[in-house]
Design a protein around this ligand. Structure first.
Ligand SMILES: Cc1cc2nc3c(=O)[nH]c(=O)nc-3n(C[C@H](O)[C@H](O)[C@H](O)COP(=O)(O)O)c2cc1C
Length: 208
């Protein structure tokens, strides 16, 4: 059995290219014996930003208020979904050169010291072992090569955050140049759909 956690983060509803790609993936997986899929749509149901009232509980302090307890409970749920998954598919539209803020809020709730990472004598260690991730990246412009690459604060940031929790086996499936005309967009989306299907079927690279 292989467990998939599919995280959507676009706020564009049915128009979303990244959600179309993950919808296609989830439909395909529904026909696969042994595939179990959990979906977490933080675009549709946003994760709240950390606040003065909640940040302490997420960072290990006693959760003393109802607000803090709710934030901790949400964080525990999100972390449990991560630990439970073999493959994490993160759909990440580029918003203002980075990830959507609600996806950043999701990361703020799951990067927890002594839970998903820890510091020791050798520095930081991620505690999510034997997992792989697929980043489904969508964007209007082109950043994969040339001058645009320096403006990409989306894919590298998501890769860093996953890696910090121990998920270093990461593949990027990308549909970019979506604003370069219908033909370019259509080809990019179709290619990304095929690449996503291939990426999902790649075997788990389990650590020794
Ligand atoms: C708020 C917002 C900001 C955006 N910022 C950028 C950007 O900085 N660079 C870019 O190439 N595209 C940008 N786009 C375009 C999206 O990346 C593009 O529409 C992509 O398809 C979004 O994924 P989605 O279709 O799943 O929502 C932005 C879109 C929105 C809604």
């Amino acid at each position: 059995m292989q467990k998939f956690l599919v995280i959507d983060s676009a706020v564009t509803g049915a128009q979303s290219v990244s959600r179309k790609l993950t919808d296609g993936l989830v439909s395909a997986l529904a026909g696969e014996e042994g595939a179990v899929v959990t979906r977490r749509d933080v675009g549709h149901t946003p994760i709240p930003h950390l606040t003065e009232a909640t940040v302490g509980a997420i960072r290990g302090a006693e959760a003393e208020s109802a607000e803090a307890r709710a934030a901790l409970a949400l964080s525990d749920t999100l972390v449990a979904e991560l630990f439970d998954a073999d493959v994490i598919v993160v759909a990440v539209p580029m918003y203002n050169f980075g990830m959507p803020s609600t996806l950043k809020a999701w990361f703020d709730h799951v990067l927890r010291a002594k839970v998903t990472f820890q510091y020791g004598a050798n520095g930081a260690e991620g505690l999510l072992k034997n997992k792989r991730a697929i980043i489904v990246s969508t964007r209007a412009g082109g950043y994969a090569e040339g001058d645009g690459a320096a403006m990409d604060s989306q894919e590298p940031h998501v890769r860093t955050l996953l890696g910090f929790m121990g998920i270093t086996d990461v593949e990027v499936v990308r549909a970019e140049k979506l604003a370069f005309g219908p033909e370019v967009a259509e080809t990019a989306i179709a290619d990304a759909g095929h690449a996503l299907g291939r990426a999902v079927r790649a075997p788990l690279a389990l650590a020794a």
